[in-house]
Each structure stands twice: as structure tokens, then as C-alpha cells.
Design a protein around this ligand. Sequence first.
Ligand SMILES: [Zn+2]
Ligand SMILES: [Zn+2]
Length: 307
Amino acid sequence: MNSCNKCRDSSVIELRYSGQSLCATCFIKLFEQRVRKTIRRNRFFNPGDKIAVALSGGKDSIVVLYLLKKLSKKFPDSRVFAITIDEGVRDRNFEIAKSICDQLGVEHHIFSFQKEFGVTLDEILEKSKNLENPAPPCSYCGVFRRYLLNKKARELGATKLATGHNLDDVVQTALMNFIRGDLKRFVWGISKDEKFVPRITPLRECPEEEVELYAQLFDLEVNPNSCIYREMSFRSIIGKIADSLEEKHPGTRFQILRSVDELGPIMRKSYESDKNRMKVNRCTICGELTSGTICKVCELRMELGIR
Ligand SMILES: [Zn+2]
Ligand SMILES: [Zn+2]
């Protein structure tokens, strides 16, 4: 590879979107500056914040935990801790999540589908096969996992819930929302209800391959396997399209992110003027948040015959 454009050391990465080659030191500096800027601009971290990090053990969530823990020294009276959801999928293990929490001295809480819902994800998927129109695995998993993360983060006193979503994830989500005509999802997450723990995504401006390199450079042990069900999802199809766009037109991901960020406030304004669309209710069965009368989790449990 070439030498670093900033200091002439040997480079470890070429950023095609900016035409820069960087050495390890200059790359780490750029990466951390970018994350700090994202956090500052979006007010993701304030003094007194108790931040729960959704820790799967993959590279993204490990890097988020590592960076937030490091940053927490700058915010008086703040706390960073980790929540892991054990969906009960074959071959998943949480040793890596446990070990990073030990290393960083972070409190770690694990909650399982089995204990909280009485069934594992594998069992949920087995039951869903009896339905007329079963949804793809990731949508069941997502509904149950997000429900549990919000509920447990709140019960543990979190003021924010941090997830590892990187630039590629944000771009995929945006494209999926567009294709499905589901624009209200661009404003989801601004609900001010006391039962809702606001989400933060410190890596939203970091391309996936850069998160991976950052984890490698710090020797952070990460779980290399993504979920076995992911390949079957709509997201993975969209991901391939986004990758090929980026390949042919470097910088596409950042351009899509800019569109998302411009669209957000416009959509918010339009939805806020329409009170009915922004209304949040309490599920009449479990008391958690819903836009209707029964939340998605309770609805699915009834549908699938899970007590
Ligand atoms: Zn350099
Ligand atoms: Zn419910």
C-alpha cells in the first residue's frame, strides 16, 4: 500500500470516498474525531447520562461500548453499562460480550427470550411456520429484541440506549423505509413518552469496514459471525445493492446519510402537526408503548400461541 497522506508512515487503509490513504495512527484519530463530532452534534451524551449499550458481541456494539466508556470520563456523574439479549439462537455465545465488559470494568446484564417470553427465537420461528404468512426471521427477532432492550434499559435507570448501528446500517434502513413507503419511520425514536428510552447511534457516520479496522487496531476481540438468519432478510438484499453503489460511486453512503438528515426535521414537522399520527398509547395487555391498543409483541404472542 501507499504511504499515509498526512504523515508519510505506511498506510493501513484507503478511503475511496475522500481519496485519502491513512496510517494506523492517523486513521484512529480521524475515526475517533468523527464519532466525537457525531455525539456532540446530536447531543448523544450529556453530563448525568446513564447509557445502556446494547451489546451483541459483534464488532459494532463492542466498539460503541469501548468508545462510550472511554468518553464517559469527560461527563461528570455519568455511567455506561451493557445489556445483552440472548435470543436463544443456535451457536450464539456471549463469552466475548462478557469478556469485554470485564476488561473495561463495565456492568453487564444478560436477558434471555427464554426467561422473559418463555420461548427462544428458534421456537418462535418454528411456531411461525404454522402461520399463513410467516414474516422473515429478522422481523420477529427485531420486534422482541427491541421491546426487551427498551424495557430493561428503562428498568435499569438508563437515560439513553446506545446501539452499534453504523453508516451501512443507517443507509440500509433508509432505503428499506423508502422502498416500503414507510416514511413515518424516519421520525420514529423522537417519542417523548417516559416509557421510551431515547436511542443513540454514535457510529452512524462510520462505514462498516472502518469500524472493523478500528476494532482490529485495538485488538478488540469480536464475534465474527453475524446471525445465521440475516442472509434471509430484505435488509441483506438492500445491503448488496448499497454495496455495489458504493463500489461504483464512492461516497454514496455519505450522500444518502445527508438526505436522511435533511429529511428528518421536515418529516418531524409534518407529523407533529398531525397529532393522531404521533400519538403513543400503552398496550392494554403489558403496558408497554404502542401506536395502537395492543403492542406488536403481545399481538405476535397471541398469534403464535405463546402464553
Ligand atoms: Zn499518518
Ligand atoms: Zn404488549
